[in-house]
Design a protein around this ligand. Structure first.
Ligand SMILES: Cc1cc2nc3c(=O)[nH]c(=O)nc-3n(C[C@H](O)[C@H](O)[C@H](O)COP(=O)(O)OP(=O)(O)OC[C@H]3O[C@@H](n4cnc5c(N)ncnc54)[C@H](O)[C@@H]3O)c2cc1C
Length: 380
């Protein structure tokens, strides 16, 4: 449980080498220019990172959730925003692989695992964020088609993606009235809002997705009518681990930068790393990350083993790792003094990128809701 296999160490090193060579040197510039590095994502996919826990008959790597956590942490040392987009693409691709029938898997997944096509996950709406089961985007049956009307909000990759995995209302109110449709870019009536101006995650576009009379073949529905909310939540269990892992990677990079900086920087006639008060802060930062990492691996192992408490453990891991990651990155900025606030040092970008991990894939308040509901149900 606490020792990685040789294969896992090799997978992590492969992702770390890729991050060092292909992502880290460019991350600050991509952030500044709001560049979405699609070619780099495709290069990652060529190494098997486009469908990490997708089955191999459709081009996936067939790896475990724990392997995925190792990969996303390693990639995020280069750029948390880039790694996090890859995580969303992996989540949406896995949903088609896991809940699609053979035709659907053969139609969409091979081009997603190579990232010739890119996927977005569309759950949030202007009036339904945390309360996702209140979503209103309507899909009305018309023969062999659904006619979709409504709007999704804050969709990562929107406008650049080729495939949209969209949760829609096909039935009555609440979670049981929700279904999942795969909607292809270019379908008439599908359009996008402006690219949102954001605090972080500038390496990926975030846009509204607008549906006006979009005709979607019934054969594009994943699972049965009414299965959509369950499918959406199943995707998020793994998505939350991946986002937590991205926080750990970003924070680890910030800590590593801080150690180098404190070795060089002098104040009051000595190196910063000679002040015991600061040494103790480094110790706390490293401890927080190690605790979060160890627990995240435990949650990943539970999801791999499909244990009954996996959803609760994934929510705990997401909450803890994203809070720890943000706090450590923010401490790293403080320990850089004024230089931490400058873009060239790369630390302020990490802080900005990690902040949103406490908000999306379910806010950390919603993680507490999931955990406390599970505890109370257990108590009853
Ligand atoms: C950059 C970015 C990218 C995103 N990408 C995607 C994407 O690709 N796909 C997608 O579907 N969504 C995406 N989201 C949306 C994200 O998942 C939502 O923003 C998030 O779920 C919160 O919803 P909301 O913004 O509507 O906040 P609200 O639900 O309005 O919440 C506001 C505040 O109230 C709190 N709150 C709400 N209900 C409760 C409660 N019952 N108990 C306690 N506190 C509560 C929340 O925690 C929060 O602090 C993205 C968001 C951002 C910012």
């Amino acid at each position: 449980m606490f020792t990685l296999t040789e294969d896992q160490i090799a997978i992590r090193e492969m992702a770390r080498d890729f991050a060092n060579a292909e992502i880290a040197p460019f991350a600050v510039e991509w952030d500044e220019k709001k560049h979405f590095p699609v070619d780099t994502l495709r290069a990652a996919a060529a190494l098997g990172m486009g469908g990490i826990y997708v089955q191999d008959d459709v081009g996936g790597s067939g790896l475990s959730r724990l392997d995925a956590a190792l990969i996303f942490e390693a990639l995020a040392t280069g750029c948390p925003g880039t790694a996090a987009f890859l995580s969303i693409h992996n989540m949406a691709t896995w949903m088609i692989d896991r809940f699609g029938d053979e035709d659907q898997r053969a139609t969409w997944v091979p081009r997603l695992t190579t990232m010739e096509h890119i996927a977005s996950y569309c759950l949030t709406e202007p009036g339904a964020g945390s309360d996702a089961a209140a979503l209103k985007t309507k899909a009305v049956r018309d023969g062999d088609y659904y006619v979709v009307d409504g709007q999704k909000q804050f969709i990562s990759g929107a406008g650049a993606s080729d495939i949209y995995v969209v949760m829609v209302r096909t039935g009555g109110e609440g979670p049981k009235g929700i279904s999942t449709l795969v909607i292809e870019a270019g379908t008439p009536g599908l359009s996008f809002g402006a690219n949102e101006k954001k605090m972080g995650w500038n390496v990926q576009p975030t846009r509204a997705v607008i549906f006006e009379g979009v005709r979607v073949p019934v054969q594009n529905r994943l699972g049965a009518e009414g299965d959509g909310f369950r499918i959406a939540m199943a995707g998020l269990d793994g998505g939350r681990l991946n986002i937590g892992a991205c926080s750990l990677g970003g924070a680890q990079a910030a800590l590593d930068k801080t150690l180098s900086y404190m070795r060089e920087r002098k104040a009051f006639g000595q190196r910063l790393d000679a002040f015991q008060a600061l040494q103790f802060r480094l110790a706390d930062m490293a401890t927080e990350l190690e605790v979060a990492r160890t627990f995240l691996w435990r949650a990943a192992a539970a999801l791999d083993a499909k244990t009954p408490d996996a959803t609760k453990l994934c929510a705990m891991a997401k909450r803890f790792a994203t809070d720890a990651g943000f706090n450590v990155a923010n401490e790293a900025l403080q320990l850089h003094g004024g230089y931490g606030y400058l873009a060239d040092y790369g630390v302020e970008k990490i802080v900005r990128d990690l902040r949103v991990h406490q908000i999306l894939e379910g806010t950390n308040e919603i993680m507490r809701l999931i955990i406390s509901r599970a505890l109370i149900a257990q108590g009853n």
